[in-house]
Design a protein around this ligand. Structure first.
Ligand code: FAE
Length: 551
């Protein structure tokens, strides 16, 4: 396959301009027109081809489990190669307005749409000024899953678009010198020359206008973050994002409905953000060869007597109850249920004998991308702003010296907090394993809470120094009473079916031809920056090889 974007317009643009790889060139690529559906056209999303729930007994050439980054890349490229694809997604379609006329709930007002089958919210930031902020919500197949695994809460997006529905859209290509430690068996030249540029073009990645950044109130928090970083000798870098920056300018000007500037993010953006629904999935649907079943959860995959694989699926209603059980046959099955979803399925299928030939690497190599959060209490002269855009646009890079890359994160509360807030990605060395608990009939993860200590130490390499220079202290009111570190969670689960270990070097599962892993489960625990660009680029690389050789 040539270096193609989502359609020929992007493809031509890419090759004409001749991408040079690396983060610098990625930033250069931001100027490229991206063919995403206009980001303010939420109502039109996904209606080109209606969602068509799969029928029991169906036979499909390619079945994709999950509609996040890996799954969307696989679906698009397979369809472009002429293969009919069906995608199964346990979450909702997120294409229909709720009771307030909007598709998604605001971060400050969680409701029935906000959480996956919870009766009480589980916000990453549990307290404010010491007061708990979680509240009761009706149980519903909502958009954000706060999945409590052993010792860690793993946040994940649920619905057509996977994590792209809820994430901050920070689209970061790792520094090239770090790539060998991220994916040691992958040719870095190919990734930086071809697949990272292809992923960035396909995702619609762009960079904030630096002149506008200097002037606008909603990024005061980021300018304060930059000032403090630089005064302590740390480089501050602008970070690309998939948010439509022109749309955000219009939000600030008051000419379009506000999304990021109104604090929307964690439970979805009603405008502005180019989630996968607007990019890869829209392009996949436009081929006419991709259909999607929302509220369909895969429970079993096993070899089929007549060839291919039998896939058993539960169809859910919005209370999470199973309303039908279906069985279909697929020639090829792509596991794209996310690091946790794919790992849990594969560990169960191996342990229960459904896929007995999977190797002993299944379930291993899981990491949290070293996520740890903290806040700092600024002086009164360093206000961070009442109105903060919910989309981060910059970070502090101390990876080489201290093992931490910290995004300067917003705290969009609507009041002046004098707080600087950060999500650090750190070089945490710990890796956990998923295993099958036969008695409980479920998969567990052996992550230890104490394993966050190296991440805290690495984050301190930045923030202890800044606090000392600025004469400031850590906030202790955000993650509980007198608790400095948000060390109970991750937004970036990675690993569990690691490339070149559980699979071959292109994601083919050992022992069962025709089964593939194509999501964050392939990446062994850390990407040194936010992960979805790497997940997308790796999926682009692997599907190109699979299409060329296996189909
Ligand atoms: P993912 O996007 O999780 O998609 C998997 C899909 O499979 C989901 O839609 C599931 O509902 C579905 N699924 C799971 N199990 C099943 C099953 N059994 N049957 C059917 N469907 C199933 O996987 N990353 C960045 O790079 N930048 C950011 O700014 C950023 N911010 C984040 C903020 C939040 C709040 C969160 C939660 C994550 C953030 N991430 C960010 C992480 C990023 O979204 C994540 O790495 C990717 O979404 C993972 O992509 P995958 O394709 O692996």
């Amino acid at each position: 396959m040539s270096d193609k974007g989502l359609n020929s317009k992007v493809s031509n643009g890419v090759s004409r301009r001749g991408f040079i790889a690396g983060t610098g060139s990625i930033l250069g690529a931001m100027a490229l027109a991206v063919n995403a559906t206009p980001a303010n056209a939420r109502a039109a999303v996904g209606t080109a081809v209606a969602n068509t729930p799969i029928e029991s007994g169906a036979h499909v050439p390619a079945l994709v489990i999950g509609t996040g980054y890996g799954g969307s890349v696989a679906a698009l490229r397979l369809a472009q190669a002429g293969v009919d694809v069906h995608m199964l997604e346990m979450g909702m379609a997120w294409d229909t307005p709720g009771t307030d006329g909007k598709i998604f709930a605001n971060t400050t007002k969680p409701d029935y749409r906000s959480y996956w089958l919870r009766t009480r919210t589980k916000a990453p930031l549990s307290n404010f000024l010491g007061f708990p902020i979680d509240k009761d919500v009706p149980k519903y197949t909502g958009i954000l899953d706060a999945e409590e695994m052993g010792g860690i809460i793993v946040y994940q997006g649920r619905g057509v678009g996977g994590g792209s529905l809820v994430n901050g859209g920070m689209a970061v290509t790792p520094k090239r010198q770090n790539f060998a430690s991220i994916l040691p068996s992958v040719n870095a030249d190919e990734m930086y020359d071809t697949y990272y540029p292809r992923a960035n073009a396909g995702l619609g990645v762009g960079l904030i206008d630096p002149n506008w950044f200097e002037t606008v109130d909603c990024y005061q928090f980021s300018r304060v973050g930059r000032k403090h970083a630089q005064r302590s000798g740390f480089p501050f870098v602008f970070v690309p994002d998939v948010y439509d920056w022109d749309y955000m300018k219009k939000e600030v000007a008051g000419t379009v409905p506000k999304s990021a500037v109104a604090g929307e993010i964690l439970y979805g953006n009603n405008a502005g953000k180019k989630s996968l629904q607007q990019t890869y999935i829209a392009a996949a649907r436009a081929t006419g060869k991709v259909s999607i079943s929302p509220l369909h959860r895969v429970t079993t995959v096993s070899p089929s007597a007549g060839g291919g694989y039998t896939v058993v699926i539960e169809q859910l209603n919005t209370t999470g109850a199973t309303i039908a059980t279906k069985s279909v046959v697929a020639d090829k099955v792509f596991f794209a249920a996310g690091s946790v979803g794919t790992s849990k399925l594969l560990v169960k299928l191996k342990a229960t004998g459904a896929l007995p030939n999977l190797n002993n690497e299944i379930g291993k190599g899981w990491g949290d991308n070293g996520n740890v959060m903290c806040g700092r209490a600024n002086h009164m002269w360093d206000a961070t702003g009442k109105v903060q855009a919910s989309i981060p646009c910059g970070g502090i890079d101390n990876w080489d010296a201290g093992g931490a890359f910290a995004e300067v994160a917003p705290l969009p509360t609507g009041i002046e907090t004098y707080a600087s807030f950060y999500l650090s990605i750190t070089k945490n060395p710990h890796r956990a394993e998923f295993t099958w608990d036969a008695a409980a009939q479920k998969v567990g993860l052996n992550w230890q809470t104490s394993w966050k200590q190296p991440s805290i130490d690495m984050a301190k390499s930045i923030f202890d120094k800044i606090n000392s220079k600025e004469g400031t202290i850590y906030r202790t009111d955000l993650f509980g009473l007198n608790k400095i570190w948000g060390d109970h969670l991750t937004y970036h689960p990675l690993g569990g079916a690691v490339l070149n270990k559980a699979t071959d070097n292109y994601g083919r599962l050992h022992g069962h031809p025709g089964l593939y892993v194509i999501d964050g489960a392939l990446i062994p625990g850390n990407t040194s920056v936010n992960p979805f660009v790497t997940i997308t680029a790796l999926a682009e690389r692997n599907i190109e090889k699979i299409i060329a050789t296996d189909l």
